[in-house]
Design a protein around this ligand. Structure first.
Ligand code: FDM
Ligand code: MG
Length: 212
């Protein structure tokens, strides 16, 4: 029987180097001959993803709760694909996940628990790496783009919610690590690799579920 593969999530603020690190990690695992798939949330290619994309570009407006539920639905539409990959032995790396969902919506004033609820039961990551960066350093890295949320003020609030998420996840026994993303790409990717290595051979149980 094939052993099930790990589910790795990379989270962080905008301009923290998440996508770069997720892709370096993906290449590294591939070079070792391990099957791996990279997912990015939101996945803007699906029908729901297109609505999210239009909202993020400010081409459409949506109620705060409605957009929150769309982000969650965008994960749910890929949840069974993620689980079946893991069970067949393909490592999954997700660039953002339910934690971004909570962080970006709770900062608007929606309750934390309400924001968490629609994602209860999703496949649970075996390791979440939060790439932490000071929003002003992120800003200085070439600036934010023009999408919604790409502002220093927003990123500061979001970072605070992530601190709460980290506390709750750690308290619940999840493997959550904070990585200083204000360093060079190489330093960060070395750290990422140390954490990934530490779980590569320790994933034996069935895929877990989030917050159940
Ligand atoms: N975002 C992302 C949310 O608000 N909720 C979510 O559930 C997810 C996954 O969407 F500002 C926000 C975070 C970010 C924006 O993400 C688009 P990318 O990674 O910049 O494409
Ligand atoms: Mg962005």
């Amino acid at each position: 029987m094939t052993r099930r593969a790990p589910f790795i999530v990379v989270e962080g603020l905008d301009r923290s180097g998440k996508s770069t690190q997720a892709s370096i990690l993906c290449d590294h695992l591939t070079s070792l001959g391990l099957p791996v798939e990279l997912f990015k949330f939101p996945d803007r290619r699906t029908a729901i993803g297109k609505m999210i994309d239009s909202y993020l570009r400010s081409e459409s407006d949506l109620d705060d709760r409605a957009i929150h539920l769309l982000f969650s639905a965008n994960r749910w539409e890929l949840a069974s694909t993620i689980s079946s990959h893991l069970e067949k032995g393909t490592t999954i790396i997700a660039d953002r996940y339910a934690f971004s969902g909570i962080a970006f919506s709770a900062r608007k004033g929606l309750s934390y628990k309400w924001c968490q609820a629609p994602d209860v039961g999703l496949p649970a990551p075996d390791l979440t790496m939060f790439l932490d960066i000071e929003p002003d350093i992120a800003q200085a890295r070439g600036g934010y783009g023009t999408e919604r949320y790409e502002q220093e003020e927003v990123q500061r609030d979001v970072r605070q919610v992530f601190e709460r998420i980290e506390k709750e996840m750690t308290h619940a026994g999840a493997r959550w690590v904070k990585i200083d993303a204000g360093r060079t790409q190489k330093e960060v990717s070395q750290d990422v690799w140390v954490h990934v290595q530490s779980i590569l051979d320790s994933v034996h149980h069935p895929v877990g579920t989030l917050w159940e």
